[in-house]
Design a protein around this ligand. Structure first.
Ligand code: 1CP
Length: 342
């Protein structure tokens, strides 16, 4: 009999003696082998669009750490690029994109049926990964949530407070909402294609959900995510979906049910008692402070065991509260894994 993959088991609501574990941004700059492959590709975007090399970097943390999930190597900003935004990554600074501020900018975006001319290498990456992954590892596809993607498309870069997006919403709601609609449709298509190519789990990153007030949170985080999930579920009723509404604070409560997600990823600002309460609603994932992966030691061990033990009675996926940082020490990942798996 083939045993169910541990990650899928947790997403189906099962309690496991040892929780499945993977890390947000597990393929990335903290790994020397990633830096080597990226250098071979030339730059970050060339790596994203090179299926053989992208699959290779997704597999690197699996080989090194035997994680229970592999995430495809891509970026949430590939959708804006596929829609026609000019995108580049400036070394040491981050992404730069052409901006959206008026109807004319929207009119210049490509129709949804043209985005695959940019995105098809990502589907190829998924296929390669599917054929190469060990049997016990689940393949995770992903996209950014419409609000988070819109914040980059409107500002043209990452911002601390997402002010440009909030201003567009306030001053030109029609353009803002049309953009959200467009991203939502593109994302449904993109994720559908990832599932067709072999993704077994989908993660939606709403990394900037925390800057939305109560009404905007409903309208621009929950509703578009719900639309994406319900559209995918019509085609693939069983596909498990994890959503990360980073910074959602008290709005984490009820979030899984309202969006239709099977799991919520919890950032490190949430207390373990609140996380435990959320576990009564859904499979919980995350919460370990990523800064602990830099210095490691007893602090890392204690925090790891504390999360594992407090979440042991319900469905749980071990993960960080946000992405692992470039200055993290791979040895500390091993330390953490030992504490989880014994
Ligand atoms: O220099 C490099 O090699 C680029 C660093 C890097 C990497 C490794 C970027 C630039 N993106 C990625 C890959 C990536 N991004 C993955 C797949 C790899 C993995 O997880 O193992 C994923 C899932 C993402 C998701 C992503 N990209 C998010 C959501 C998650 C989060 O961290 O909140 C966001 C917000 C982005 C945008 C982005 N891409 C890269 C950077 C530096 C940023 C942040 C920009 C900013 O706001 O400053």
């Amino acid at each position: 009999m083939i045993k169910e993959k541990l990650l899928l088991s947790a997403l189906n609501g099962n309690v496991n003696t040892i929780p499945p574990v993977w890390l947000m941004r597990q393929a990335g700059r903290y790994l020397p082998e990633y830096r080597a492959t990226r250098a071979r590709a030339g730059d970050f975007l060339s790596l994203c669009y090179n299926p053989e090399l992208a699959a290779e970097v997704s597999l690197q943390p699996i080989k090194r750490f035997q994680f229970d999930g592999a995430i495809i190597f891509a970026d949430i900003l590939l959708i804006p690029q596929a829609l026609g935004a000019d995108l580049k990554f400036v070394e040491g600074e981050g992404p730069r994109l052409s901006t959206i501020s008026m109807q004319k900018d929207l009119d210049n975006l490509k129709p949804i049926d043209e985005i695959d001319s940019t995105l098809s290498p990502v589907y190829e990456t998924v296929k390669i990964l599917k054929s190469k992954l060990p049997d016990n590892v689940a393949l995770i596809g992903f996209a950014g949530a419409p609000w988070t993607v819109a914040t980059y498309m409107i500002a043209g870069r990452g911002t601390v407070d997402q002010a440009p997006a909030h201003n567009l919403l306030k001053n030109n709601k029609l353009v803002f909402e049309s953009l959200m609609e467009k991203i939502t449709e593109a994302t449904i298509h993109y994720l559908k294609k990832q599932i067709e190519a072999g993704a077994e789990v989908i993660k939606i990153f709403d990394s900037w959900a925390g800057s939305l007030g109560p009404n905007d949170f409903v309208n621009y985080s929950i509703k578009p995510i719900n639309k994406i999930i319900s559209s995918l579920k019509k085609m693939y009723p069983k596909i498990p979906i994890i959503v990360f509404p980073r910074g959602a604070n008290q709005f984490y409560k009820g979030f899984a049910k309202k969006t239709g997600a099977q799991s919520v990823a919890i950032d490190q600002s949430i207390s373990l008692s609140f996380m435990k309460a959320l576990q009564a609603e859904t499979c919980v994932q995350g919460n370990l402070d990523p800064t602990l992966m830099v210095n490691g030691g007893k602090e890392l061990l204690d925090a790891t065991k504390n999360i594992r033990d407090k979440m042991a009675e319900g469905p749980h996926i071990f993960n960080l509260g946000h992405g692992i940082t470039p200055d993290a020490n791979p040895k500390n990942v091993e330390l953490m894994l030992k504490a989880i798996r014994g």
